[in-house]
Write a new protein. Structure first.
Length: 243
């Protein structure tokens, strides 16, 4: 018996990196998984790999109408949604004085507004399911500051606070909301980043995390094993923020 046999979970940014690891881990433990992403070929390939209990749907997380459609199609295929992993995110690197308003707003739209729209879109379906767990992927950048990525840090701090507010509002409907704060994780982007490797080398656990390690944490939060946890931050950063 899988740890999330009864769950129907939407994973945004699910086509590659951490999102793909989340989708695989949840599917392995019995969940019906909707992979939602703008990466069409990679998303479709992952859904095919995972089999009949996985579905790929294109989704721009900044588009409220697209969210409505994804939830409707997902519910028609697998029944009411009981889990959401808001994982889609982007980063733009520039010092503040060189950061354009357009680039700042683009990061905020994906990382912050996308999370808002996702939570809003799934609530009615989760009420029909009678239970729900929303996992919002923030960052250590939602706990501390980093130079040259102002929009990213602003959005990830916002995700942390939004998760607490949603946890208060949704608890009456048996819906939990938590934020996850990864540090350096060995995705395609991090593998080529000297800055990320340098940060990881200073940690008590002096290496990047793996997507699979984060997936284990997400699995726990989607499962009923975390039934008394809501409005909380779950940090997986190799001890970086202890310093």
């Amino acid at each position: 018996m899988g740890r999330v046999d009864s769950k129907h979970v939407i994973v945004t940014g699910g086509a590659r990196g951490m999102g793909a690891a989340f989708a695989r881990r949840l599917a392995t433990e019995g969940a019906r998984v909707v992979i939602a992403d703008v990466l069409l070929e990679e998303g479709a390939a992952l859904a095919a790999e995972l089999g009949e209990n996985a579905l790929f749907l294109p989704l721009d997380v900044t588009d409220e109408g697209a969210w409505t459609e994804v939830v409707a199609v997902a519910e028609e295929r697998f029944g009411p949604v009981s889990g959401l992993v808001n994982n889609a995110g982007i980063v733009h690197v520039d010092p503040i004085e060189e950061l354009s308003e357009a680039d700042y707003r683009k990061v905020i739209d994906v990382n912050q507004v996308g999370v808002f729209l996702g939570m809003k879109a799934v609530v009615a379906s989760m009420r029909r399911a009678g239970v729900g767990s929303i996992v919002n992927i923030s960052s250590t950048g939602g706990l501390i500051g980093y130079s040259n990525i102002l929009g990213y840090v602003a959005s990830k701090w916002a995700v942390r606070g939004m998760s607490k507010t949603a946890a208060q509002e949704f608890a009456v409907d048996n819906i939990r909301v938590n934020s996850v704060h990864p540090g350096i994780v060995a995705t395609e982007m991090v593998a080529t980043s000297e800055r990320s490797q340098s940060i990881a080398s200073t940690q008590p656990i002096a290496r990047p995390g793996t997507p699979e390690e984060l997936a284990n944490l997400v699995l726990f939060l989607i499962s009923d094993e975390s039934s008394y946890s809501t409005g909380s931050e779950f940090i997986a950063d190799g001890g970086f923020t202890t310093q």
